[in-house]
Design a protein around this ligand. Structure first.
Ligand SMILES: Nc1ncnc2c1ncn2[C@@H]1O[C@H](COP(=O)(O)OP(=O)(O)OP(=O)(O)O)[C@@H](O)[C@H]1O
Length: 280
């Protein structure tokens, strides 16, 4: 499997407790460098907690999260502060709820994402203040990158409109474009298809496949919409009560009795019976 041979992210024995509640328990999995990987499971299974550990919002109680760049450089995410996970390890994320700057224009949202690069080019304001060529070039490149993404998500005509005026599905795609403007190697998306109609879901699928195919960015997504998961994922990991119950290709997952049992919420005895049948 590709994710075994060339993982961008390796999660080992991750454990996260909230008081007496073990939200994630001894979880290990790999995310392939060229894959769309889906993390699925019933409500409360621990998916967002895993994302929060990867992106530095939570420090796990136990476990190792290793992000390996193409050049072999490794970052131990559990040891890095959140801003360095974004800046140095180049992990970007979106949230369950939309977090655009709704009063700023669509274009400005994509320029803000490039703030770090622009600040560096400005020598932390002086070069910017005097309009030196290095800064002007960086500014031009930032606008070009923003326009590239607006073309890609079909929002170039709305570049100067406030982001908050866009329809919901467009705002979702704009958030992904904003995350992509930071040149991430790993893009983590928390329920990107939530609230989308079938047409918008299809546009999202096209965008995510293009992220995987045309950029050196691995995609890890939490998703409840199985039509999105099954259509675009190369690899699916299933959580239930904080532990991994299945890990494989969409075809393997679709027919796994443990997954069906977890989703249908059958009785414990029935789950045990199903697990015995599949030799778990
Ligand atoms: N900050 C927190 N403090 C206490 N408990 C928490 C915290 N964050 C998550 N939990 C608990 O951890 C468990 C896993 O929650 P999590 O949000 O990770 O699940 P999820 O799989 O993302 O669920 P959903 O699909 O509903 O978003 C839940 O029982 C939740 O109540």
């Amino acid at each position: 499997m590709r994710w075994e041979n060339d993982p961008i992210l390796t999660v080992e024995h991750l454990r996260m407790r909230f008081g007496g509640l073990v939200a994630v328990n001894d979880l290990s999995f790999k995310v392939g460098r060229r894959d769309v990987t889906a993390l699925i499971g019933p409500n409360g299974a621990g998916k967002t907690t895993v994302f929060n550990c990867i992106t530095g919002f939570y420090k796990p109680n136990e476990g190792m999260l290793t992000l390996r760049q193409t050049d072999g450089d490794a970052h131990l995410l559990e040891r890095l502060p959140g801003h360095r996970i974004a800046q140095d390890a180049r992990v970007a994320r979106t949230f369950q709820n939309i977090r655009l700057f709704s009063g700023m224009t669509v274009l400005e949202n994509l320029l803000v994402a490039q703030h770090n690069t622009l600040m560096q080019a400005s020598g932390f304001t002086l070069a910017g203040l005097f309009g030196l060529p290095g800064f002007r070039n960086a500014e031009k490149a930032a606008v070009e990158k923003a326009r590239h993404w607006l073309e890609k998500i079909n929002l170039i005509d709305r570049a100067d409109d406030p982001a908050g005026d866009l329809p919901y599905g467009d705002q979702r795609r704009l958030e992904i474009a904003r995350a992509m403007c930071t040149d991430p190697v790993l893009l983590c998306l928390d329920e990107p298809a939530a609230g989308l109609n079938p047409r918008e879901s299809q546009e999202l699928n096209t965008l995510l496949l293009s992220v995987r195919n045309d950029h050196d960015t691995a995609v890890l997504l939490i998703e409840h919409d199985m039509s999105v998961v099954m259509q675009i994922s190369d690899h699916v990991i299933v959580l239930d009560y904080g532990t991994k119950i299945a890990d494989g290709t969409p075809e393997e997952i679709r027919n796994d009795p443990r997954v069906i049992a977890a989703y249908l919420g059958v009785d414990d005895e029935e789950v045990e019976q199903i697990e015995a049948e599949v030799g778990a």
